[in-house]
Design a protein around this ligand. Structure first.
Ligand code: COI
Length: 381
């Protein structure tokens, strides 16, 4: 297993992640299950949207100083009871992740790169001073919950079961320090396309005034504060007719960072360039998967700072070929238009480019079990 360390954040390399759920924790006693007494009807797959519906059960586990993480169990999905003084509600001490399980063409349900996601959750928890959660335990929580809920995995193309593992500081204490009590929970949401546009290219505003994350800050962590910091600029962009903002670096406002909540890739000439994992952007698992496939296909890929001026220059001289975002939710989201100050750049005539389409096709084929999983990315439950 290869790992790359960037500013204290390790990301998934590739290889040897696959298997069946039985390969992990086979010797472990499964978590206890208290089934719901009121199972709900399955939703209409055509109207799923993203993240608005949840399955019948959830995973819960607590941490207390001295006792460590304990009490892992599966229960009926329910609201949390939380003290109004809980640290997370005041100081945002929390971390989460997002990954998907897919109902395959063969009817089996597979999680996509769950080991990479639990590793990221464990690494990023440290940045929020959250006590380490064993990766094996986190993996079992996902596998056992998805297995219990596998009937909830939708079957229509583009749909999936989205898992949201989350850790929050629950200690009721208003002093500013790392909490001594936490809750880890996992919920599942049957989802359709993240963007109503689907694989249709989106219009993007390059944000100059506000920043998402600064060097040394939380930008590399999947924590609510980053998303809260992004909301106002996103709202303003939507009012102006854009789908998302493209974030620039916090220091010079010159270099590309992320697009919306996704990593960003730009195809200039024969090369694909993407901002490096310098600590201000998320170490995306889809980013890593896309880079792996691009390299396999012999496409030159470089992880290096990409200046907005370079993108504008490439647009003017005709070498800007494609721009897309990568993320778990949308997989690949093509960008059709970028507006920077008063300059509007149309990318690939506003159409989805061939490489973005190929990546989307190749990643989803692996996810749905329609193509060989040569990197061992999927785990059947
Ligand atoms: C993704 O999966 O692409 C994201 O990061 C968005 C998610 C927070 C909904």
């Amino acid at each position: 297993m290869t790992t790359q360390a960037h500013a204290g954040v390790a990301t998934a390399g590739h290889g040897h992640e696959s298997g069946t759920a039985g390969d992990w924790g086979a010797a472990e006693v499964p978590f206890p299950v208290a089934r719901t007494s009121a199972p709900r009807a399955r939703p209409d797959e055509a109207a799923l949207g993203f993240g608005a519906l949840f399955t019948d059960h959830m995973f819960l586990m607590e941490y207390a100083e001295g006792a460590g993480w304990h009490g892992g169990r599966l229960e009926a999905y329910r609201p949390l009871v939380i003290d109004p003084a809980a640290a997370v509600l005041h100081y945002a001490q929390a971390v989460f992740d997002g990954l998907k399980a897919f109902k395959g063409v063969d009817g089996r349900v597979r999680l996509f790169r769950p080991q990479a996601h639990v590793r990221r959750l464990a690494e990023l928890a440290r940045r929020l001073s959250i006590p380490a959660l064993d990766e094996g335990v986190a993996l079992r929580s996902l596998v056992e919950l998805v297995r219990l809920e596998r009937d909830w995995a939708p079957t229509a193309p583009g749909t999936a079961l989205y898992a949201r593992p989350t850790i929050i500081a629950t200690e009721p204490f208003l002093g500013v320090r790392a909490a001594r009590e936490y809750l880890y929970f996992v919920i599942l949401s049957p989802v359709g396309a993240y963007f109503p546009e689907g694989l249709r290219p989106v219009r993007i505003k390059v944000e100059e005034a506000r920043v998402r994350a600064a060097p040394g800050g939380l930008g590399g962590a999947k924590t609510g504060a980053n998303y809260a910091a992004s909301l106002l600029a996103g709202e303003e962009a939507r009012q102006e007719g854009y789908s998302q903002v493209l974030w620039l670096d916090a220091t010079e406002h010159r270099y590309l960072e992320e697009v919306g909540a996704m990593n960003l890739m730009v195809r200039i000439g024969d090369e694909v360039v993407t901002p490096p994992l310098s600590g201000t952007i998320l170490p995306g698992v889809t980013r890593d998967s896309a880079l792996t496939l691009l390299r396999e296909w012999g496409i030159p890929v470089r992880e290096r700072p990409v200046a907005m001026a370079e993108v504008l220059r490439a647009a003017r001289d005709g070498t800007l070929r494609e721009v897309w975002g990568t993320g778990t939710a949308a997989v690949v989201a093509p960008v059709g238009e970028l507006t920077y100050r008063d300059e509007r750049v149309t990318v690939n005539d506003g159409e989805t480019g061939p490489l973005a389409r190929r990546l989307y096709g190749a990643l989803t084929a692996i996810q749905y079990g329609a193509a060989p999983d040569t990197y061992g990315w999927t785990v059947a439950v």
